[in-house]
Ligand binder design. Structure first.
Ligand SMILES: Nc1ncnc2c1ncn2[C@@H]1O[C@H](COP(=O)(O)OP(=O)(O)O)[C@@H](O)[C@H]1O
Ligand SMILES: [Mg+2]
Length: 258
């Protein structure tokens, strides 16, 4: 279970950032009063354009950022005061954190397995399962830098899942992948859902969200402008599909920055 309660995250901007953003304000509110719950056996999709606040929200869930206001609970644990407990039950995948190019998938998998306190046996059985599923076994002793983009991402996913986490947080998991690789990733998320995991992903690909997610929250300019099952979102917006719904919401909610 992930419970996000009135989450607000405000970044301080450096002088350089203010110049780059052409703004006189020295703060940026990346997430504003966001509330939602993602439940076990459910895939929750955070949908929004670039800069909407998806990664910020996911980083707060993953204990990598401290909320400015509000709080986040993962499996009942507070991400600020019980960060250790949260990190034990969660995995976080993001494009911003890359696997070290000089190591091999097998080395990294085992390294993180040990870090999570798994036994040698547990690591080997988990590695066999995940590497076989993602077809990494043939590449497990090649350096990450020698792998294709798709294989790198699949290795990153396998490594992130080493400790069989209850809660899976994937930031744009299929971004930059070809359709076949993307499908193996989304199929795997479906499998995790069947196992009763709580899954949250961010994406800007509407069709992916429509197919994969049980519930969707659309974020625009740091605000969660709508939330619910796809059918509910279509009913509320009077749209025929998620893409249309998104455009309606964007038109009504997006403001250009001063
Ligand atoms: N460390 C930071 N300092 C200042 N602003 C940031 C920082 N990280 C993100 N932002 C800004 O916050 C907003 C939301 O970013 P982000 O959460 O990465 O959005 P998304 O993942 O939806 O593309 C953007 O305007 C981004 O430029
Ligand atoms: Mg992002």
């Amino acid at each position: 279970m992930i419970e996000v309660n009135k989450l607000t995250k405000i970044y301080k901007l450096s002088k350089n950032e203010m110049v780059r953003r052409k703004t006189k304000k020295n703060t940026k509110c990346a997430a504003s009063d966001i509330t939602f719950t993602a439940k076990p056996g459910e895939i929750y999709g955070l949908l929004g354009p670039n800069g909407a606040g998806k990664t910020t929200t996911l980083r707060c869930i993953a204990t990598l950022l401290t909320p400015t206001e509000g709080d986040v609970k993962v499996c009942g644990f507070d991400t600020v005061t019980q960060g250790k407990e949260v990190r034990e039950s969660i995995c976080f995948l993001t494009n911003e954190i890359k696997l070290d190019p000089f190591f091999t998938p097998r080395y990294l998998f085992d390294f993180f397995g040990h870090l999570h306190g798994l036994s040698e046996e547990q690591i080997v059985s988990r590695r066999n399962e995940l590497f076989t599923y993602f077809g990494i076994d043939a590449f497990e002793d090649k350096k990450i830098e020698e792998l294709s983009t798709g294989m790198k991402q699949k290795a990153a996913i396998a490594v992130s899942l080493v400790q069989d986490p209850k809660v899976v947080v994937f930031d744009e998991p299929t971004s930059g992948l070809d359709v076949i690789t993307a499908k193996s990733v989304t199929d795997f998320l479906g499998k995790l859902k069947e196992e009763g995991k709580t899954i949250i992903i961010s994406t800007h690909i509407m069709s992916e969200a429509e197919k994969l997610c049980d519930k969707i929250g659309i974020i625009i300019d740091g605000k969660l402008v709508i939330e619910g099952k796809i059918q509910e979102i279509l009913e509320k917006t009077g749209a025929n599909d998620l893409e249309d719904a998104f455009f309606v919401l964007y038109r009504d909610n997006h403001k250009e920055e001063e």
